[in-house]
Each structure stands twice: as C-alpha cells, then as structure tokens.
Design a protein around this ligand. Structure first.
Ligand SMILES: Cc1cc2nc3c(=O)[nH]c(=O)nc-3n(C[C@H](O)[C@H](O)[C@H](O)COP(=O)(O)OP(=O)(O)OC[C@H]3O[C@@H](n4cnc5c(N)ncnc54)[C@H](O)[C@@H]3O)c2cc1C
Length: 488
C-alpha cells in the first residue's frame, strides 16, 4: 500500500549514489499490505518520532509492516538499494536505534497479535507488542512473561537485549523464557529459530540484539502471576545509606518470589505523592512479591523492620499488569533521555557513598539510578548457554538522565557521564546493551558479551555477513572489514 506518491521523496538515492528508480519505490510500496510512509506523507513527522526525544532522525522512508511478507519485501528492498536499515518494535531504544537518517525504517509497531495457550502456558506475540499488550492478554489466564518494569516498552528490543524485570529472580530473563522466534534474515529468507531449528541463531538472538535478522513472531513460556503484593516504598535521601546497605545485604538471599530493585530518584511532584516531599531526592525500593499478602509481608520484613520509617509504603495487593504500568504516567513518550549502564558484582559501602553523592547532583526530578537484581533463576543458566553473558553479576545498574526540556540535554548527558565515570571503577567492564547510548565504542560492546563475543561474531558472519543490520549495538561479522555501526 502506498501512502503518498513514492516518486516524490526528497532524496531518492540509495547508498550506491544511483537515483532510486520511481518504479522501484512504487513497486515496493505496492508489495506491502502495510503502509510506506515517505517524507511527503502527512503522517511522516509523527511516524518518525521516537520515545527518546533527544534523538531526531529523518529516515528516507518508513515501511510500516503488516506481516512477515511485508518484512521480507522491506529487507530485500533496503538491501538491494543499499539503504541503512533500522528495525523498530516499541521504539524505546535509548539511542534511537529504531530509526536511521536517510535510510529505511522497518516499523513493526502494528504487528501486535497475541495468542495465549493456557494448556501449555505459552504465548505467541507479534514484534509490535509492548509488554503491556502481552501482560493484558496473559493476565486473563493468571499468567505473565518476565518483561521489564515499564509497560510501554516494546517486547522485541527488550527481549533481544536480554530483558529483566519484577519476575526475573524467580523465572529468569525474558530470553530465558523465549522458546522460538520467526526471523527474516538479511538475504530475505524466513526461518524459525529454536533449540532444535537454527540453534546457533537462536543462541545469538538471546541477548545479541537486532544484529541477526528481523523477528516477526516470538513464542514465550509464561508463568503463574496474577494478583501480586507489590509497589513502591520511598525514604528520605538522608536514609539512603541505610536503605541501600540493607537492600544489598538482604536481597540476594531473599525468597525468589520477591523481585525488588533499589533506586535513587526524586519524589514526583504530582498527586498522589505527599506534597511536602514533591521534587525532593529520595531512595526507593520497588518490589513485587508473587504470592499472598501474608507471605509478601514476611518476605519484606527483614528488609523493612530494621530501617527508618519511610515517607510512604504503598505496597499492596494489585493485579500484576497494574504494577507493570505504575510508572507509565511519569514517563510518557517525548522526554529527553541519556542512559549509561554497568553490570555490578558487589556493592561496597564506598560504592554506595559514590552513588548517593552523584545522585544528589541530578539535574532534574526524573533523573534516576536503579539497580536491578541479577540472581536466582538468571544464575541457573550457564554463561555460554545464551549470548547474554553476565550471569554472574549481582545487579544491572542503569543511570538514566531524564527531563522534558530539550534545553537540558547537555546537562543531562554531562551528569550521567560524570556519575558513570565515578562509579564505573567499582563495576564490571560491560553493561546491559539495552542501557547504553550509541557512544560507548566497540570495546564496551565486546566487554558486555565477554567470552561470547567471538561466537556472536561467527553467527553474525553466517546470517548477516554484510552487516545489513548494523543500526544497533553492533556485532561485526567475524573476519570482515565491513562497516560497523552506521554514523546515523
Ligand atoms: C522507560 C523504559 C523502561 C525500560 N525498562 C526496562 C526494563 O525494566 N528491563 C529491561 O530489560 N529493559 C528496559 N528498558 C530498555 C529496553 O529494553 C530497550 O530500550 C529496548 O530496546 C526497547 O525495545 P523496543 O522494541 O521498544 O525498542 P526499539 O527502539 O523499537 O528497538 C530497539 C532495537 O531493538 C532491535 N529490534 C527491535 N525490534 C526488533 C525485531 N523485531 N527484530 C530484530 N531486532 C529488533 C533493533 O536493533 C532496534 O533498533 C527500558 C526502556 C525504557 C525507555
């Protein structure tokens, strides 16, 4: 389907430098059941927007795909025209890998089908689903897949990077629950990857990001999670040392039904938060006990009983999707974001002191630092069983500098970089690839995959030897000198 005259695109040139033939573009548009949005299309400005408004890219065209056939057409067209290709699921990538200047965006955001099979507790989900879409469908059956902690995040980018959230301690990373994926490869072929089909590709997809092809369907294992005992507890900043120590000492041995992360953030200046604390720096633990209130209170007691009274404790019984969506209103699309991440093995008092000092300098109310637990079920998968290598970390740290004001972009970036530089010596070399911008350099990407990088690079050579999919935390095909991450 062609949305506007595809002959009238501003820059009808492929990367070969040859003018792109109008007929070629017309044919491409007609080959789609979805929509081809070019620069003249009235919906172009809206369609090119990303979640992170700090990133402003102008693709040549956006192929909003309706199905795997559209994706095959789009991959073939982009490759043949030598266009840089970006793959977009939920559009939440920090560095805006869901778009690319002067290239083709393969936009999967409308491919949202979800089918739950209650007999096997499995879920098939389209690559345009957010975690909220899948939670909504599974909740009707008292089930959930371990995704992240914000329901508007796309499952595709999250899963392919690893995926950690409230249910991770008990049920593992999102990739540990991936059973099968349908993939359109760089040469346009459609394959299925699982433990028994294209096993090397399946291994690489579980953590290797969008490097290996376009996933058009995911099959997940889901688990019982229905009405949970969870929510946020906030303390004043003066109590942060005590809270972070108690969290560090207790959580690794806590029951795995308890997922809890610690954060340094501010009390949001909005109802229902207590007015006298609006905008004040704070320390928070956000928890999810997947069980009864009685057991949840028992699980939290060793943590809470020895701490000063919090500003508020809003833990209570709620549907799992409600907890997942708790932060959504605070984090709408269109804010400025700058991210840094690290894997963290241990959290000595000196590191906690550095965290507290750096967080106190945050340039905006929304800016935060979170430590997500990496233990329990995550550790029961071997380091080389999936591409995701940091199985022996204890936490995954994210520093996220966030504000609505584009004028603050430089301050946000500076704070996150300074914070990271002062805390990084306490941490591992690598970090979660989904918590990085596009300025980390190849060494950091390699460090994030550790000993698995070489194998990833071999798999990349098998499935994408020309690095067609390079708008990502790029893994270079083994032995190749092809271009790495596009400058776009
Ligand atoms: C508010 C917020 C909260 C977050 N919370 C968490 C969290 O709790 N846990 C966690 O693990 N992560 C979290 N993240 C990070 C998140 O995992 C990444 O931002 C992820 O990239 C989002 O996926 P997406 O599909 O929305 O992104 P997109 O921007 O659409 O895609 C990002 C990249 O993923 C790849 N990709 C996407 N779809 C496909 C596909 N179908 N086939 C192949 N490659 C594809 C491509 O390389 C693409 O460029 C959070 C991010 C945000 C903004």
């Amino acid at each position: 389907m062609i949305a506007s005259d595809p002959g009238r695109i501003d820059a009808p040139f492929g990367r070969t430098g040859e003018p792109m033939n109008d007929d070629t573009v017309t044919q491409f548009g007609r080959s789609l059941r979805g929509t081809l949005i070019d620069r003249k299309h009235p919906g172009y400005e809206e369609a090119r927007k990303l979640y992170n408004a700090m990133i402003d890219k102008r693709p040549l065209m956006i192929a909003r795909c309706a199905d795997a056939a559209d994706v095959m057409s789009a991959v073939n067209f982009g490759r043949e025209q030598k266009l840089p290709i970006a793959i977009r699921g939920g559009g939440h990538s920090g560095p805006g890998f869901g778009s690319v200047d002067d290239g083709l965006v393969i936009d999967l955001s409308t491919m949202k089908g979800v089918r739950v099979d209650p007999a096997t507790s499995t879920v098939r989900a389209g690559p345009g689903c957010t975690s909220g879409d899948v939670d909504h469908a599974t909740h009707a059956f008292g089930l959930a897949v371990p995704f992240g902690i914000v329901s508007t995040t796309g499952i595709a980018g999250l899963t392919l990077g690893g995926g950690s959230g409230h249910l991770t301690r008990k049920y593992g990373l999102t990739i540990d629950n991936l059973i099968e994926a349908d993939v359109v490869l760089a040469d346009g072929r459609f394959v299925t990857a699982s433990k028994t089909q294209n096993a090397d590709l399946f291994w690489a997809l579980r953590g290797g990001g969008g490097n290996f092809g376009v996933v058009t369907s995911f099959l997940f294992q889901a688990h019982p999670a229905n009405i949970i005992f969870g929510g946020p507890v906030f303390w004043e900043a003066k109590d942060a040392l005590a809270v972070m120590r108690a969290y560090r000492d207790y959580l690794p041995a806590a029951p795995e039904d308890l997922g809890a992360f610690v954060g340094l953030k501010s009390v949001p200046s909005t109802d229902p938060f207590p007015r006298e604390y609006w905008g004040k720096r704070a320390c928070a633990i956000i928890s999810c006990y997947n069980g009864t209130e009685e057991d949840g209170r028992k699980a939290m007691a060793p943590l809470l009983d020895n701490l000063p009274p919090p500003i508020f404790n809003w833990m209570g019984m709620m549907p799992f999707p409600a907890l997942q969506a708790l932060f959504d209103p605070l984090l709408p699309k269109g804010l400025q974001w700058y991210w840094k991440g690290d894997f963290v093995k241990s959290l000595p008092d000196e590191a906690i002191a550095t965290h507290i000092a750096q967080a106190a300098e945050a340039p905006s109310e929304l800016s935060l630092m979170h430590l997500y637990p990496i233990d329990g079920a995550v550790r029961r998968v071997g380091k080389d069983e999936t591409a995701w290598n940091a199985r022996d970390a204890t936490w995954s740290m994210v520093i996220a500098a966030i504000d609505p004001d584009p004028g603050k972009a430089a301050d946000l970036t500076k704070w996150a970089k300074n914070y990271w530089a002062s805390i990084h010596p306490h941490n591992g070399e690598g970090g979660y690839v989904n918590f990085m911008m596009d300025d980390e350099g190849e060494a950091r990407v390699r460090a994030s995959y550790g000993a698995n990088y070489e194998r990833l690079s071999q798999v990349k050579r098998t499935y994408d030897p020309s690095n067609v999919f390079r708008v990502n935390q790029n893994i270079k095909p083994a032995g190749s000198t092809v271009e790495g991450r596009t400058a776009a």
